[in-house]
Structure formats: structure tokens, C-alpha cells
Design a protein around this ligand. Structure first.
Ligand code: MN
Length: 273
């Protein structure tokens, strides 16, 4: 058994709203946990009440980081001011490196039914904050899924059991796994050392070393060793996210994340937002 990643802290996601009034559970990017370097924000949206999502995220800018949208259920339309347009459906991922700037909208393409997924913000290092924007649009069939008898793992970024995810060229070398585990099952997830790591539980409950933790909680892990997971009687589904820390100053305001206040002021000027 290799070294085991230990739990540093557990945070319950906070209910909040963003965009034009979309209900979300935010676990990173709050008063209690502003950042897990390089992760700046983690939002879960999950509702079958259209009032919770129908208003969507009308046109807004981003600069200085990457946004990763993972749809689990539902349909979302993405459109940016440069004319890039795409649909996110159940199981697809949009990895958008905003770099020097993108103005986009993210609007539901459904008027009822379940809408469920995640948005993650991943920081860029100072010298790449003003890079050209880049999109990696992944269809469900682009994302490998390792199916074992007791668990399955979708690999969006990084690798699991030697199978690599399709996301490439991201500076912080991220791992993004969606893990589903049957009831009362144990499994091991190999993780790269020196990566900051978190797990977000969104179905059931899982024990990562200190007892069962329920859905709606974010677990901040130590940065060495592998992850050992054991599910409760209802099984579990959780995200595992890891990446290299940047250890740089963070200046953030609304949709911009830079290194200094001056750069934030410049972003507001450039986008008149
Ligand atoms: Mn956005």
C-alpha cells in the first residue's frame, strides 16, 4: 500500500446564486474557503425545478483563468463574442482557457427536467494570464470510462489505471475524475505527488479515511500519496480534482482573476463591465 492522502479539512458547500439567478452549491470560492491553489471556484448545480436554472448566465467576461463546465444531466448552450458556439449535453465537458479574455453566455437549452453539473475555475500562472483564449470541447464519447465490477471512473483530465483523459496542454497539469462506487466497496486512486487535491461528494457518502462524509461536502486532501475510498451503504459518486499549485498572489473580483489590483482595474476598463 502506497502512502495515503490524508484529510486536511471538510467543508460543506454553501447554497448561493450566481448569473441571472441560478441556484448553486459553492464549495470553493466562498468566505470559508476562498481558494485551494490553483482551484478558485467549484459550483455544483443540481435541480429539476426550472426556476433554479432557467435564467442562466447571460453575457459576461472572464480573464486570467480557465473555466471547466461538466454537464451531468441537461443541456446548455455556450456562445462567445468571437462567434464560438456550442451545445453542452449530458456527459460533455467544455474546458475554456479564458486567458486575456472571453465574453460569453451560458444558457439552459431546456425548460424543464433535471439540470445537473459542475463549474470549476482553475487559475493560470501570471505569465499565461494574457494568453490567447482556447477551447477544448469534449463530447461524451471523447471521455474514457473505466468500468470495473465495483466502480467506474470517467477520466476528463489526468489518468486513472493508465488511461489518460482527453484534456491536454493545461499548465497546472490537472486531474479531473468522476468516480462512481458501488455500496460498501473499497478502491484506490493513484494520484500524482505534489498536486493539491480535493474530492467533492455529490451522491451517497464515502469514507476517505476518517469516517463517512455525505454528499454536498468538499474534502481538502494532503498533497502526497494515493486516495483510498470506501463507500457507505448507498454507494457514492464524487469528483476528484488535483493540480499543481501556483503559489502566486491572487487578486480577484467578479469574473476576473489576476495577480494585482491594477490588473483587475485594467480588466474592468477593457471590458467596461
Ligand atoms: Mn462564465
Amino acid at each position: 500500500m502506497s502512502k495515503k492522502r490524508i484529510i486536511k479539512m471538510v467543508y460543506k458547500a454553501l447554497k448561493t446564486s450566481d448569473g441571472a439567478g441560478v441556484s448553486i452549491n459553492r464549495s470553493i470560492g466562498t468566505q470559508q474557503l476562498s481558494v485551494v491553489d490553483p482551484f478558485l471556484l467549484l459550483d455544483e448545480f443540481s435541480s429539476d425545478d426550472p426556476d433554479d436554472y432557467i435564467a442562466g448566465f447571460p453575457s459576461h467576461p472572464h480573464r486570467g483563468f480557465e473555466t471547466v463546465t461538466y454537464m451531468i444531466d441537461g443541456k446548455l448552450q455556450h456562445e462567445d463574442s468571437a462567434g464560438n458556439r456550442g451545445e453542452l449535453q449530458s456527459g460533455s465537458v467544455q474546458w475554456m482557457t479564458a486567458g486575456k479574455g472571453v465574453v460569453h453566455s451560458e444558457m439552459p437549452l431546456q425548460e424543464n427536467g433535471l439540470m445537473r453539473g459542475f463549474q470549476l475555475w482553475l487559475n493560470l500562472p501570471a505569465k499565461h494570464k494574457m494568453m490567447e483564449p482556447r477551447y477544448q470541447n469534449l463530447e461524451p464519447s471523447d471521455i474514457p470510462e473505466i468500468m470495473e465490477e465495483d466502480y467506474k471512473v470517467k477520466v476528463i483530465a489526468g489518468e486513472f489505471q493508465g488511461i489518460k483523459g482527453p484534456v491536454n496542454g493545461v499548465i497546472t497539469d490537472p486531474v479531473y475524475l468522476d468516480v462512481t462506487i458501488n455500496p460498501e466497496t473499497e478502491m484506490q486512486i493513484a494520484m500524482p505527488d505534489n498536486h493539491n487535491a480535493v474530492a467533492y461528494i455529490f451522491e451517497g457518502a464515502v469514507d476517505l479515511g476518517e469516517g463517512l462524509i455525505d454528499r454536498g461536502n468538499l474534502i481538502v486532501l494532503s498533497n502526497e500519496g494515493d486516495l483510498y475510498a470506501k463507500s457507505g451503504k448507498d454507494g457514492a459518486r464524487f469528483l476528484v480534482l488535483a493540480a499543481t499549485a501556483l503559489n502566486e498572489p491572487i487578486a480577484r473580483s467578479g469574473p476576473f482573476v489576476m495577480n494585482t489590483r491594477e490588473e483587475i482595474m485594467k480588466a474592468y476598463e477593457d471590458f467596461r463591465f
